[in-house]
Design a protein around this ligand. Sequence first.
Ligand code: CAA
Ligand code: NAP
Length: 246
Amino acid sequence: MTTRVALVTGGTGGIGTAICRYLATQGHKVATNYRDEGKARAWQDAQKKAGFDFALAKGDVADAATAEAMVREVERQLGPVDILINNAGITRDTTFHKMSATQWQDVISTNLGSCFNVTRPVIDGMRERKWGRIVQISSINGQKGQYGQANYAAAKAGMHGFTISLAQENAKFGITVNTVSPGYVGTDMVMAVPEDVRNKIVAQIPVGRLGDPDEIAFAVGFFVDDRARWITGANLAINGGQYMGW
Ligand code: CAA
Ligand code: NAP
C-alpha cells in the first residue's frame, strides 16, 4: 500500500472522524480543516490519545479564498494532496415556504460550493502527478428528496452532478471521482432532528437502526484504494435499505 496525503473536510465531525481514522489505518497521512481552533485542537488531542496523528489547517469550505489557503497549508505540512474527501456539510431544515435566503444560501455554499472551493486548488496537482482520488459525501436525501430539505437535497444532488462531470474530465489522468450517499447515521447532525421525527425515520429503515460512521468510512476507503482504479463516476448508496433506487 502506497502512503498518500489525504484531506478530509469536516474531519472533526461524526462521519469525518471515522473517515480520517479509516484512511490512517490504511497507511495514509491525513489532514482536516477547522474553523474554531480551540475545538479542533481538543479533537486533535483526543485523536492522539487514541493513537491517531492528524494534521490541521484553518479553513472555511464555503469560502474560496480560505479553502485555498487551507489546501496550501496541508501541502506545506504533509505534501501534495492525493486524496480529497469533500465531507464538510450542514443542514438548515425547514419547509420551503418558510425558508429564508440565508438558509438556502448557507447550505448551497457549504455543501455544494465547497466542492468547487476545495477541489479546484487540488485538481491541477493531481492531473500533473497522474493520480488522484476524490470522493463526495452526498446523502440519501439528494437521491430521494426530503420534506424540509429543499436546500440540502438540491446541494446533495448537485454534488453527484459535480462527481460525474469531474469523473469524465479527469479519467485520463489517473483520477477517479465518486460519490458516497449515506442514509441516516447516528451523528450530531441526525441527533438534531426532533426525536419524534427521527423515530419515524428509523422505522423506515429496513435494517432497523441508524448507520454507524465506520460503515460510511469503509465505503470511502473502498473508492480510495489503488485497486478501485476503474471505478469512477459511481454513486454508492449506504442507507440500511431505506432507499433502493438506482
Ligand atoms: N411527510 C409528510 N408530511 C410531513 C413530513 C413528511 N416527511 N414531515 C412533516 N410533515 C408534516 C407534519 O405532519 C405537519 O403536518 P400538519 O401541519 O398537517 O400537522 C407539517 O408537515 C409541519 O409542517 P411545518 O412547515 O409546520 O414544519 P415544521 O416547522 O414543524 O418542521 C421539519 C418540519 C423541519 C421538516 C421537521 O419535520 C424535520 O426536522 N424533519 C426532518 C427533516 C430531515 O429528515 N432532516 C435530516 C437531517 S440529517 C441529514 O440531513 C443527514 C442526511 O443526509 C440523512
Ligand atoms: P457533523 O458531525 O455535523 O460534522 C460536520 C463537519 O463539517 C464538522 O467537522 C464541521 O466543522 C464541518 N463543517 C461544517 N461547515 C463547515 C464549513 N463551512 N467549513 C469547514 N468545515 C465545516 O456531520 P456528519 O453527520 O458527520 O456529516 C458529515 C457529512 O456527511 C455532511 O456533508 C453531511 O451532509 C453528510 N451526511 C451525513 C449523514 C448523517 O446521517 N449524519 C447522512 C448523509 C450525509 P465545525 O465543527 O467547524 O462545524
